[in-house]
Write a protein that binds this ligand. Structure first.
Ligand SMILES: *Cc1c(COP(=O)(O)O)cnc(C)c1O
Length: 759
């Protein structure tokens, strides 16, 4: 980018009388003028994901272009506060961790100089915006494009037609630059042509409880897969014509979870239309695809009814069916037992469904989990049969987060403290953060850090005062649990701990409690009744606590509205204690935990997902671990677990849990609190009682919350624990993750691509 030229033009920009949205578009468009996409490399990686939770790109892009400070200065001179642009809505084309991971990987690919290209859907409406009505979540459509989309370029001439049996849909690409050492692209497709076509890129995760809803989901997944494959093949043909010998050498496709797995049969279908045999096409596919698994929750592993699929994608069905036959023959030859064949097959004759995960595992060269423990669990459980015969297929890449957004942008105060001791070089070579280690016992650094933390809390609390109308005061210890609302993440367990804390404080059962705030942020899937019930319950608890004059000075709660990437940036920087309390074995990795760590929060959590690696790197003494480990949970699942007996033996908890049904709190007659109570004590639908083992862990959780509160009061010593987390967080940079992918899975090197010429 020609920085000088850009800044000069910015200087000349007329700002008088322009709205924020207008200024945003003008400045972004000006920057875009100076963005040159890199030419393709000899080998490219294509990252297919149904979600990209990008967030706000304005600040991040200016930072990556290396002009953020200068733009800030120029605007100041013109009387424009750059903070105004915080009004610009997040691009929330994703739901949570999965989509945010994809966005961080795009950022890191460009930053470290890998030719990594994203493919996704340009939803008209992203994840809904959340409001609360009497404590209940309400969903409002997210019209993220109302401020314009100045960072995207519509590429009409690279549109394609996607065929379904009952309609044709035009896929129009929009390219967003990914800025770093390289300038890569994120290509998002918009569906056009008819009203029915437009629906395909209408909303993220449409309700799929009806058959029509399921068909729409299938259409979305195929739309993304076919558009990406078509684009990759078109690009290849422009260089090699009809000779597909080099296709696998030049292209690598990473499937982010099972949503884009249709890309596999689609590639085979397309190669067949180019004259290749099914065998050859399958062979190429087996060298091109890799699959990342993100969950072992059975309800999240996609299987599609043949009956549905055949209605709109008959050709894909025949290819999947043929693949299933090839697979059975191959597996028999390789000595899979009958049981193993059943476990791995693509098509299940009994249920007449196709397993997208099994399709991905069969074809992919590499399959990875997203944290050490998760990768072990998928080898042992979910894909045990395949692992027994093809152990080399499996690998691990622990997730990471982009430190540019999650540390540099989120917490410049902390960054300055680091710069003062080790200079700014670590910002580009994040592993050099390790050289800050000798300073984390320096009393001046510890004091400086504690003061910076207070400042971040003040900033956050001021923002919360303004947006939520809740006054949180100052000088408080901040505990935070922010993430999607799901029973396995156990926000309900935190609700119980918070209530117990309140009761015990009110009855003077706790000595020397440091005044604390419990902060929650979460959206629930619109159709997930129990999750919505948990939001209401938390809001009721918080209302009660915040109104109590006896305890108010010691304990407050807040459930922030509309938790999203931009909110997360503020929260992770301010938090002292990061609550990561999923049932062991169920959180594949988590990335929220990493963002908190990077900003100097200690983790209070279970041995699950990446928490295990966080504790391994930063030390058990700098974090607070409690609860059952995976082995124990598995034992309890097998040998039996009696939550009702436990409750009976623990009256102090019975009192807490009973508030779900004893009238302490009102659920406005919906009966949802009763359902929550029943889900813990008698089971609900397919769940056994207390399916997520809250009562196994809740008391230990409570003790850990008290312990951390006590430790916090030795502020300097506690700051040392927090800084131990900062120093060791370099491992959780997504720069490291994409380099691991490059080496273990993609077989591309960072060095070679660095010298690629610009287009
Ligand atoms: C990082 C992030 C997540 C993922 O959080 P987990 O705690 O790992 O589940 C979800 N939503 C947003 C907005 C995020 O920034």
């Amino acid at each position: 980018m020609d920085k000088k030229q850009f800044l000069q033009e910015l200087n000349e920009l007329d700002v008088a009388g322009k709205s924020v949205a207008r200024l945003y578009c003008d400045i972004s468009a000006l920057a875009m003028k100076y963005v040159d996409f890199n030419k393709r490399a000899n080998r490219c990686v294509h990252y297919l994901s149904i979600e990209f939770l990008i967030g706000r790109v304005f600040f991040n892009n200016l930072l990556e272009l290396g002009v953020l400070d200068e733009v800030n200065a120029v605007l100041k001179k013109k009387g424009v506060d750059i903070a105004l642009f915080e009004e610009i809505e997040d691009a929330a084309l994703g739901n949570g961790g999965l989509g945010r991971l994809a966005a961080c990987y795009m950022d890191s690919g460009a930053a470290v100089g890998l030719p990594l290209y994203g493919y996704g859907i340009r939803y008209k409406y992203g994840l809904f915006r959340q409001t609360f009505e009497n404590g209940f979540q309400k969903e409002v459509p997210d019209d993220w494009q109302k401020f314009g989309d100045p960072w995207s370029v519509r590429k009409e001439n690279e549109s394609q037609i996607i065929h379904f049996a009952d309609m044709d849909v035009t896929a129009v690409p929009y390219d967003m630059p990914l800025i770093g050492k390289r300038i890569n692209g994120l290509r998002l497709y918009q569906a056009e042509g008819s009203e029915a076509a437009e629906k395909i890129s209408g909303v993220l995760y449409p309700d799929d409880s009806s058959e029509e809803g399921k068909l729409l989901r299938i259409r979305q997944e195929y739309f993304l897969s076919a558009a990406a494959v078509g684009d990759i093949v078109r690009e290849y043909e422009s260089r090699h014509g009809n000779d597909f010998h080099y296709f696998a050498r030049e292209n690598c496709i990473q499937l982010n979870d099972t949503h884009p797995v249709f890309a596999i049969p689609e590639l085979i279908r397309v190669l067949k239309t180019k004259g290749l045999s099914y065998r050859k096409a399958l062979n190429i596919a087996q060298k091109v695809f890799n699959y990342t698994n993100h969950t072992i929750l059975p309800e999240a592993l996609e299987c599609w009814d043949k009956k549905l699929l055949v209605k709109i994608l008959p050709d894909i069905v025949s290819i999947l069916q043929k693949m299933d036959q090839t697979q059975s023959r191959k597996h028999r030859k390789e000595g899979y037992s009958e049981e193993e064949i059943v476990q791995t097959h693509i098509y299940d004759k009994g249920s007449r469904r196709f397993s997208m995960a099994n399709t991905a595992v069969f074809v992919s060269e590499k399959v990875n989990g997203v944290a050490e423990i998760h990768s072990e669990i998928i080898k042992r459980d979910l894909f045990a049969a395949e692992y027994a015969h093809h152990p080399d297929k499996f690998t691990n890449v622990t997730n990471g987060v982009a430190q540019r957004r999650w540390l540099e942008l989120a917490d410049p105060e902390l960054c300055r403290i680091i710069d003062e001791k080790i200079g700014p070089h670590w910002r580009e070579h994040f592993e050099e953060l390790a050289s800050f280690a000798p300073y984390i016992t320096d009393p001046d650094v510890l004091d400086g850090f504690a003061a910076a933390k207070e400042e971040k809390k003040d900033q956050l609390f001021a923002y919360i005062g303004k947006t939520e109308g809740v006054e949180l005061g100052c000088g408080k210890l901040l505990y935070a649990q922010v993430k999607r609302l799901h029973e396995y993440k156990r926000q309900l367990m935190t609700a119980f701990v918070l209530l117990r804390l309140y009761f015990d404080l009110k009855e003077h059962k706790i000595d020397g409690f440091a005044p604390s705030v419990f902060l929650f942020g979460a959206k629930s899937a619109p159709g997930y009744a129990r999750a919505k019930g948990i939001i209401k319950y938390l809001n009721e608890i918080i209302k009660k606590i915040n109104a109590d004059e006896d305890t108010k000075a010691s304990l407050l709660g807040v459930f922030v509205t509309e938790y999203n990437v931009s909110y997360a940036e503020k929260i992770v920087a301010a938090t002292d204690v990061s609550l990561q309390v999923s049932t062991a074995g169920l959180e594949a990795s988590g990335t929220g935990n990493m963002k908190f760590m990077m900003n100097g929060a200690v983790t209070l959590g279970t041995m699950d997902g990446a928490n295990i690696e966080i504790v391994e790197k930063a030390g058990e003494e700098s974090n607070y671990i409690f609860g059952a480990r995976v082995e124990e949970i598995e034992r309890l699942r097998k040998d039996g677990y009696d939550p009702v007996a436990w409750l009976r033996e623990h009256p102090e908890w019975m009192r807490v849990v009973s508030t779900l049904i004893d009238g302490t709190f009102s659920d406005d007659g919906t009966g949802i609190f009763r359902e929550l109570y029943d889900s813990l004590t008698v089971g609900a639908s397919w769940h056994r009682p207390d399916h997520y083992f809250i009562f196994r862990d809740v008391d230990e959780y409570y003790r850990a919350v008290l312990k951390v509160n006590k430790d916090y009061q030795e502020r300097e010593k506690f700051a040392g624990k927090q800084l131990a987390n900062v120093v060791n967080s370099y491992y959780f940079s997504s720069d490291r993750s994409v380099k691991d992918y490059a080496e273990r899975i993609w077989h591309i090197s960072v060095k070679k691509t660095k010298v690629e010429e610009k287009s």
